[in-house]
Design a protein around this ligand. Sequence first.
Ligand SMILES: Cc1ncc(COP(=O)(O)O)c(C=O)c1O
Length: 411
Amino acid sequence: MDKKIQFLKYKNGLFYVDNSSVDKLSRKFKTPFYCYSLSQIKLNLNNFKNCFNKIKPLICFSVKSNSNLEILKNLNREGCGADVVSIGELKIALKAGINPKKIVFSGVGKTEEELIFAIKKKILLINIESESEAKLINKISKKNSVTTSVGIRLNPNISSGTNKKISTGSSENKFGLTENNFLRLIKEFQNFKNLSLQGLSVHIGSQILRIEPFKKTLKILERVIRKSKIKFKYVDLGGGMGISYENKIKNFDLKKYNNLVEKFVAKKRCKIIFEPGRLIVGNAGILITKITYIKNTNKKNFVILDSGMNDLIRPALYNSKHLILPIKKNKKIIRKNIEFVGPCCESSDKFLTVKKYQKIKEKDFLLISDVGSYGMSLASNYCFRPRAAEILVNKSNIKLIRRRENLDKLI
Ligand SMILES: Cc1ncc(COP(=O)(O)O)c(C=O)c1O
């Protein structure tokens, strides 16, 4: 990913999202709130498209990473399809105007209600994750006198080297079919008269920074396709390409990945589908928060924020690190153990610990960086806290794209 042009950055000591200073935004909207840069989202998407320019994949944006309707509408305008994992995600993708023929549906537990809806909408692929699911899709399709286009998700038994909680491609994980079960299911397809087998899908995990797991996966796919003796029209390689949350960490090498995928396509002559989420929106979003209190102890200085684990659960859930930045820089440094925490009644409701920081005081605004993916989409009402608003900045235009939840309505 091109780090040179960034739309979320400091200019003269003030943090900007496109042309809007966060200082201005924080006076306009009640904290905590999410704020995204449309320019950054488009830049990320265009980098991805340019990199895979030769094979022209179908890019099905992973709705679970960010399901805001306005963002999905914008991605639709840019030509994206959608990767969905529930009827809710499918419905919001359709509402955003995404063509059903650009939607793929994965997930181990799709219910009958979800499958009926997806079949009626004639989406591009329902990616089957078990034999029972194949039987159910066939039964529903038969009842409705339709042929449903499906893929089968392979579990390649790969260690993706990422956090265990977001690994999906090893035999320890519930996702997809093992190679043997995959090949067995293919043999049964002659009995599924109402299924048209079009695709092979795989998704080995998220926030993967090394190329090797993808290289191994492509090798396994080649072997499985050869053994299956099927010419798949689509090979859906899922998402998983990681981003750099900390300055020191190198970005995922998309070019290397493209080289591998180009070679694969030259051999297998299939249309590639990608399901990126984090890579498209991750670095395009921030969470703006206010310091409620500062509490000093012998061990630590607790900076208590008005955003909590209900707004952003990634640090508590995955131990993930998001940099916390002041919206206005100053030159006074404090050297202490500073822990940024939320207000929820859980010790795991903490975001980051640092050894030095610029001088800050109660009521100052800060921002939590790189929260455009798996931020708001994982937010909850824990501690009966209303979910935050979302703002989209497009150059100088500021748009409220999801209102802050109203506490009285929640009650
Ligand atoms: C099936 C599937 N596709 C795509 C994604 C998107 O992954 P990422 O946001 O890491 O690109 C996920 C998320 O884990 C997924 O489960």
